[in-house]
Design a protein around this ligand. Structure first.
Ligand code: FPP
Length: 249
């Protein structure tokens, strides 16, 4: 097989192995519930069960990093009932899954601005991160109160502070500098971004990090997104020719 020409940006990697880092915009919980005549939160609960299934599937499917969009900086505009229900679902999910993550060797991280989240949830997030800090089989990152633009703005604030306080020379700022200030600083860029429910938008998710990601927009609503569908999407990715701006040799 011919070697593909790959040049910066992007790290050379054998894509036939499948995507190393998959990011998912889990959309369609509300419609799934409404089509059954049930409240939107019923859909979010079904969505949480799917999260469990997809997380469990990752190691066997060769996915080392999974990043999921659970709550955006825009989601605060939803009704108070839905927002409160989601926050309570996140709390329960973390409490219920924490031991399981350790058993399954899953390292959990959270991205997004925690400052607006209630202290109880924030504490649980910190606890889950600490308890799983030694785990290596899967890197699960959950985005809560996350927005790509907000993340860049927060990163810029920290960067500007480092310049103002003499820790960073502005003339050295380049494409490698900003990622060090992002919430995702320890993660590789996503190779594949999946969005369920038929919407073809990126909705402020991992804006900087997805510059060279492949996108898959799937019609299935998130609560119907099974392990088998996930495996099929991953196998399609293996057939793609990612060039990172270069040409195929
Ligand atoms: C989008 O569907 C989904 C969300 C805003 C919430 C995502 C949350 C979960 C999948 C629940 C569990 C997550 C974890 C980490 C336990 P939508 O409500 O916008 O659906 P719609 O477009 O059909 O209205």
């Amino acid at each position: 097989m011919m070697q593909k020409a790959r040049m910066a940006p992007g790290k050379p990697r054998d894509e036939r192995a499948g995507p190393r880092h998959v990011a998912i915009i889990m959309d369609g919980n509300g419609r799934w519930a409404q089509s059954r005549g049930r409240p939107r939160l019923f859909g979010h609960h079904a969505g949480a069960r799917r999260v469990r299934e997809i997380v469990a599937a990752c190691p066997d499917l060769g996915v080392g990093y999974l990043t999921i969009f659970a709550f955006s900086t825009e989601n605060w505009k939803r009704t108070q009932t839905e927002v409160a229900g989601l926050m309570s679902l996140f709390r329960r999910y973390i409490v219920k899954e924490m031991q399981e993550f350790v058993r399954e060797d899953v390292r959990v991280r959270f991205i997004g601005d925690r400052y607006r989240l209630e202290p109880g949830l924030r504490a649980l997030m910190g606890e889950a991160e600490e308890m799983t800090a030694h785990c290596t089989r899967l890197n699960l990152t959950i985005a809560i109160n996350y927005g790509g633009r907000d993340e860049v703005a927060r990163a810029m604030r920290r960067l500007a502070r480092d310049v103002a306080e003499g820790r960073l020379d502005p003339d050295t700022v380049d494409e490698q500098t900003l990622p060090r200030y992002l919430d995702t600083r320890v993660l590789p860029d996503p190779d594949l971004v999946i969005r369920t429910s038929g919407e073809a938008r990126i909705s402020n998710f991992l804006l900087w990090q997805s510059a060279y990601a492949e996108y898959e927009f799937i019609d299935t609503l998130w609560p119907d997104f099974t392990r088998d569908i996930f495996a099929r999407v991953l196998s399609q990715y293996g057939a793609r020719d990612r060039r990172f701006g270069a040409v195929s040799a």
